[in-house]
Design a protein around this ligand. Structure first.
Ligand code: PHE
Ligand code: ZN
Length: 850
């Protein structure tokens, strides 16, 4: 729907069940690039639980060829959103034939073509672009699919039931909503394997790719088998079909999709090889394969009643994949990385114009709600629930959830009820985490009187769009106490805050302790507490909680940068001495030490300054970050090369946590060393690299040292044939460019013959990389904003979903000076004025403008 029609808002409170149940669905596809015919035969019956008997089938961009009810030709009313007609009040058979054009479907939603291959994306509301159907998740049915076409491989959901020359048939015995439907057809090759489930059933596993990519499937396959085992062991969940297929697709709007038995992946989230993928790529691929696989139970077997309940499947599945990664790799490193990510993506969302509850109450375009809040904050909320009820109760509640709701389309109320029933706890107040948006801020004060130590917390959630006043929430605050010698005197204890202001007392202590607050980041909040540098340094040295040790360091780094930016101070040498001890402590995990060495991002510093009522100046932030890194390099020059040598990996490349941790510390150290040697070490590493992790970290240092030209060229010569590697090449150049030339670099890259705005990965590599170049994007004259707006306007007709998501780079605009705000506003208004702006982009830009 285009904006000429008034945008329509959908409300949670308006939910009503559909008037009909769907007993079965038979689909036949006659594939042809611009004229695919889809024949549907659907058994409907009146829904005894419904009050409204309107027969509305969703449909978009369909050409109706014919429609029949119980064999009789009918002429339905066609509207913009679908079709309506009179139907019998007894069970009936609906038949329709429609024509669609996958080849010209550039939105990548519904049935489309990518590199000559047919594929589908139906979540959230893409099935309506395939045929007329009640395209809502609470309508579940059993699908049988016949695919006719000359393609070598023809796949759909469920189990294969037959195939012959030019056809294949699939039957999925598990009732599912239409958003989990999938079809893939093309000249694909597979990487096969098998898995035996805990009850002894054999499952065929396949990863399907374009010929040439076969050698990039092994890692994903191992990740899949690990995920299957883990879900059996930890959640007692077994796989439920004879076959599990994964397909890699080059043009995909998101990361991957959990279609029943036929997961479709953005090729960047499944294809991996040491030569072409970095350690972070490997870790991310393992996590996404797990995520999509885990959806088979949390999402597919138990699905969402409506899209307002999206966090029911996404928050839970992200929580499950984080647990999985923590088990496969390092728990503290995973936790710290997740918090870095939450603060970088979810906090700005929750503290700006796009703030919305974990369970939203209204939307215009559901595609705009696949957000960090639904996913990552949704997972944090589950983590808090688990902390509050304890591990055993969590397991019991989950067992009850699977028992009670298997085969159903559920709500957050159903989810919380299993916890209430399993524990006897009243979760009414906890539920506010689902309905109230915004990041709570908790102020902490302490008192030490007569041997009693008291912590007092005050919570406050700032107003967010549509929610001026907030009620106090339940906040689990994990706290430990250390004595002045650095020994832990009170081990981690979870304080359950339920009031606006609340005190917790500790007695029996010999001396005033040093508190370690919000251990493990036990709640997604901001802690406001005046802490001396000495106390932070003490925690950096002694805290037994790895997260808070990292956090103490992060706060010291922030304070140091603030003093440099705002007060013109020099770097904090006392902090750097403490940090030096940590990074040289070889009893600590190199991955953890690498995290300690990474500085707050420039965007994070902009928010820190804004919170201190200082207007952030992107150039000053960039300069201070540079100065601090330069200072670290000089201060540590005596040991940098040796320390880097201690983490060099001799063994053949493996993407495991151990080697990856060493390489990530090595690359953080290389970044410092490059400031001393002008790129000599980076050049040597580039020349010797036999894996993408080392090659790319060397390249990025060469670029940042201004010595990258030859390597950039060599890299392109070496990798021009590999799309995924070239995405890195595009992203790195614009991301690492000096701020004053970032716009020019971006402009040059979009002229490159390999720039293709129709490919979401390539578009995001350049535009996302550019927006991450904080000072470059926020160039004073507004050229960065104008450049990005030009491209958003250019992409909107083709691919509204990717355009709308990219608009969120403007969400933090109110942090900056009035001049920059004016420049950004002008660009947002220019986008909004584009003729036929998509509903997706229109909603995003309107909300950002506020
Ligand atoms: N449901 C997918 C996932 O999280 C994400 C997705 C949403 C993909 C919408 C495509 C479209 O796992
Ligand atoms: Zn998901």
């Amino acid at each position: 729907m285009m904006k000429d029609a008034a945008p329509k808002t959908i409300y949670l409170e308006d939910y009503t069940p559909f008037g009909y149940v769907v007993e079965s669905v038979h689909l036949t596809f006659h594939l042809a690039p611009t004229a695919t015919r889809v024949v549907s035969r659907i058994a409907f019956a009146p829904n005894p639980d419904a009050t409204d008997g309107t027969f509305l089938l969703h449909g978009e961009d369909l050409t109706l060829i014919r429609a029949r009810i119980d064999g009789e030709e009918i002429t339905p009313d066609l509207t913009e959103d679908g079709l309506r007609c009179a139907v019998p009040d007894t069970p009936f058979i609906w038949e329709a034939e429609v024509e669609i054009s996958p080849q010209t479907n550039t939105a990548l939603e519904g049935l489309y073509m990518s590199n000559g291959m047919y594929c589908t994306q139906c979540e959230a509301e893409g099935f309506r672009k395939i045929t007329y159907y009640p395209d809502r998740p609470d309508v579940m049915s059993i699908f049988t699919v016949r695919i006719e076409g000359e393609e070598k491989v023809k796949l759909s959901n469920g189990n294969p039931v037959g195939s012959g020359a030019g056809w294949a048939e699939w039957h999925d015995p598990w009732p599912k909503p239409a958003y989990l439907f999938a079809l893939v057809a093309g000249d694909l090759v597979n990487h096969p394997d098998r898995f035996t489930t805990m009850s002894g059933k054999d499952v065929d596993l396949n990863i399907w790719v374009r010929p040439g990519d076969e050698d990039k499937c092994a890692f994903g396959m191992e990740a899949l088998k690990k995920s299957m085992t883990w879900d059996e062991e930890v959640y007692g969940r077994e796989y439920d079909l004879n076959i599990f297929n994964i397909v890699a697709v080059d043009d995909f709007n998101m990361g991957a999709m959990e279609n029943k038995g036929l997961n479709v992946f953005n090729s960047s989230c499944v294809l991996a090889s040491p030569e072409t993928s970095t350690d972070s790529n490997f870790e991310r691929i393992e996590a996404i394969i797990a995520h999509e696989y885990f959806h088979n139970w949390t999402g597919n077997r138990i699905t969402c009643r409506d899209w307002f309940q999206l966090c029911l499947k996404e928050g839970l599945t992200v929580f499950r994949d984080s647990q999985f990664t923590a088990d496969m790799r390092s728990e503290p490193v995973k936790r710290i990385s997740d918090v870095i990510d939450l603060r970088a993506r979810q906090f700005p969302e929750d503290q700006g114009p796009l703030s919305h509850p974990v369970r939203p109450e209204s939307f215009q375009e559901i595609n705009n709600f696949y957000t960090a809040t639904i996913y990552e904050k949704g997972a944090e909320v589950i983590g808090m629930l688990k902390t509050l009820v304890g591990d055993d109760a969590y397991s019991r509640a989950l067992d009850l959830y699977f028992d009670r709701h298997d085969g159903q389309a559920c709500t957050i109320e159903d989810w919380l009820a299993v916890f209430e029933d399993a524990t006897g706890r009243d979760l009414a107040q906890f539920k506010l985490w689902y309905s109230q948006s915004g990041t709570p801020r908790v102020a902490v004060s302490e008192d030490w009187t007569d041997g009693v130590y008291t912590l007092t917390f005050k919570q406050h959630t700032p107003p967010t769009p549509g929610q001026d006043v907030k009620d106090p929430k339940v906040i689990p605050i994990a706290v430990g106490l250390l004595n002045p010698n650095g020994d832990e005197v009170v081990p981690t204890r979870v304080l359950e805050m339920t009031q606006a202001e609340q005190s917790f007392a500790f007695d029996g202590l010999a001396s005033k302790p040093v508190p370690s607050i919000l251990r493990g980041f036990s709640a997604p909040i901001v802690v406001d507490r005046e802490v001396s540098r000495e106390e932070r340094a003490f925690l950096l040295a002694h805290d037994t909680d790895a997260f808070n040790r990292w956090e103490a360091n992060r706060n010291l780094a922030r304070d140091c940068l603030v003093a440099m930016i705002r007060d013109g101070a020099g770097p904090d040498n006392a902090w750097l001495d403490g940090l030096e001890r940590v990074i040289r402590d070889d009893s600590l995990d190199p991955a953890f030490r690498a995290l300690m060495l990474s500085l707050p991002t420039q965007s994070e510093m902009a928010q820190v300054l804004f919170d201190l009522f200082t207007v952030p100046d992107p150039d000053a932030i960039w300069q201070a970050s540079e100065d601090l890194r330069g200072h670290m390099a000089v201060a540590w020059q005596g040991f940098l090369p040796d320390l880097r040598a201690t983490v060099a990996v001799d063994a053949p490349y493996a993407p495991d946590a151990d080697q990856a941790g060493k390489r990530s510390l090595g690359s953080a150290l290389l970044a410092l060393q490059t400031r001393l040697d002008g790129g000599a070490a980076a050049q040597a590493q580039y020349g010797a690299a036999d894996n993408m992790t080392l090659q790319l970290s060397a390249l990025s240092q060469l670029i940042s040292a201004g010595k990258g030209d030859a390597a950039v060229k060599a890299f392109e010569d070496q990798w021009h044939h590999d799309r995924l590697v070239m995405d890195k090449w595009f992203g790195l150049q614009v991301g690492m460019a000096k701020p004053d030339v970032a716009v020019d670099v971006a402009q040059r890259l979009v002229q490159h013959p390999a720039f293709d705005m129709g490919n979401p990965n390539r578009f995001r590599a350049v535009m996302g990389g550019f927006a991450m170049n904080h000072a470059g994007f926020h160039r004073k004259d507004g050229e960065g904003y104008a450049f990005l707006a030009d491209w958003l306007i250019a992409l909107d007709d083709r691919n509204p979903q990717t355009t709308a998501r990219m608009c969120s780079v403007f969400q933090t605009w109110k942090r900056y000076d009035t001049n920059r705000q004016g420049l950004i506003r002008a660009q947002l208004e220019r986008i909004k004025a584009k003729p036929k702006l998509s509903r997706d982009t229109d909603e995003m830009v309107s909300r950002i403008l506020g």
